[in-house]
Design a protein around this ligand. Sequence first.
Ligand code: ADP
Ligand code: MG
Length: 683
Amino acid sequence: MSVAGASVPASAPIRASEALRKKLAKIGLHSEADLLVHLPLRYEDETRITPVARAPWGEAVQVEVVVSSCEVQFRPRRQMVVRALDASGELVMRFFSFYPSQQGALSEGSRVRAFGEVRGGFFGAEMVHPRFQKVGEEDPLPTELTPIYPSTAGLANSALQKLIGKALDGGDLSDTLPDELRQRLKLPGLARSLHFLHRPPPGTDLATLHARNHPAWRRVKFDEVLAQQLSLRRAYLARREQGAPVLVAQDDLGARLLDGLPFGLTGAQLRAMAEIGADLAQPYPMQRLLQGDVGAGKTIVAALAACQAISAGWQAAFMAPTEILAEQHYVKLRGWLEPLGIKVAWLSGSLKSAAKRAQLAATAAEAQLVVGTHALIQDGVDFAKLGLAIVDEQHRFGVAQRLALRKKGNNPHQLMMSATPIPRTLAMSYYADLDVTVLDELPPGRTPIKTRLVADSRRDDVVGFVTKHVAEGRQAYWVCPLIEESEALQLQTAQETYEQLSADLPDLRIGLVHGRLKADEKQAVMAAFAAGEIDVLVATTVIEVGVDVPNASLMVIEHAERFGLSQLHQLRGRVGRGQYESSCVLIYAGPLGEIARQRLKIIYENTDGFEIARQDLQIRGPGEFVGSRQSGVPLLRYADLEMDADLVEMARDVAEHMLTDHAELAERHLQRWLGSREELLKS
Ligand code: ADP
Ligand code: MG
């Protein structure tokens, strides 16, 4: 694929021995270009020598000593112990792993410069595993700070430094940003920036280099983010070159669905519907993410999209990550659409074989909407004419699964939905190849949810609160502690919580639902809760997504400190769906760690999912939002999405401009930064 056009020769391979090249490959260094953008983690000051006796403890310094003895000891464990002297005193250097070559370099009489922290050991001043170098008596000190590179076992920093130095002197440092653009962005040239970072000029101070807001770092970070934007943008454009069915409604199915609803759409829903509707009528596949906080009303928007596909003579598929959620959707969608004469099929792993055969046959023939779980993407599921694939809670599926659903049709349109809000910077980078529609308005009549934090020593108060709540005619959820390590333990805890609450609240009707129940058992419990036949529903996190019972207005979560923020937010969103005042009680067990304390504070203080996600990103980093498994996008090495948000914004505009007006530079830029890794981005 080459939307950008020009093809550019790959960067020169690294000239080094086979063994060295293997080690370099381990840390992703294959070409000269890779070396050039392999930047230091930090710098060390080897421009000065500190006398051993005056080395401040706990601070890394360089000493120059002459070895007086070097021996390998075996007690208490195998180690090489080197005694050495300078004019001020004695130093012991200890190595717990070492190569014969190092042992040789440290033989008696050798003069070495060692860099590390001096500590007070049993025998006086000690350095453990210093970085060292054999020197001659007259060898001059370096005049520059020493860059310390990310490395791997057996690959010395000095070796990397030498290779990178060579690449700097002879490699391709040509700028890939057009000059006038670079000046407008107020960024320094690339060659200058790389020289500065790899070989900081004498006199540069450590703090400046480590602060990462130096213009040279900004340039590097910008280039890195730009490569990501270029790649995503290119994938986006390439998708537009593929054909897709043009889905234009041929009758008033959508209007009839709307007419039958007991509510009118919110402004946000109407806007979303219009955007999606326009996409579906294009001759290339839609790839749109519909984002909306818990309860924003995504399902009806998806149903209307399905109506458009169906009305155009195509099928729609609706996939959800759990059986409970898929089932709820099935019931709801069937309730909406069957009265309008639409045939809805249902596929889940728990179907008995005869029923399954019938549903598969319907899917391959007359069904117009097929709802289900992962069962939809299994082999042997054939769609007659799939025109629109809808994926609910898309972040719970991997790239491969979403792709598998798409493969069930011939380039169908895709609508993905998520209640896990993606902070803006993340959306712009990891999801830049998607179009995003945000439902930024909740349906009217939602009541704000009061959140309380309660220490587990006051569990009795919470039980009292539940009693009062039920006496007022409402229902409650009681979510059991999350035990990630063991499903069996999780189950046991759920059972115990159920028994304990049944004993504490003998007059109330208590129900239990967890992941190990059979599908029809789960469904029976959920149906009883929805019908008001259960007062308190004890649940594991299976209720996290999708459940919709307006009369349930109290959510109790035990061991809230074990849950992630988005999980807590999702769970809390299960209440506040009716006209009743709703509360969420978060029971926590102390003592709380710092992160847990911060999380609880965030969820306590915020109700807006986007704000929660933004703060969550700050304490966790982007990994858990998108994980490279999810996105296929390698994480950034230098730029930080939150701190460098302005660079992401800049890069996005520049990427668009470069692909149209500077295709060759764009190609070279991608080659330099992503090289062979770009394949990863296209999945
Ligand atoms: P989510 O965005 O979390 O998937 P749902 O689609 O499940 O939310 O909608 C939550 C509830 O709100 C459902 O009961 C749904 O029928 C209802 N709903 C959706 N849109 C509106 C609206 N415009 N007015 C009133 N209720 C609505
Ligand atoms: Mg939903």
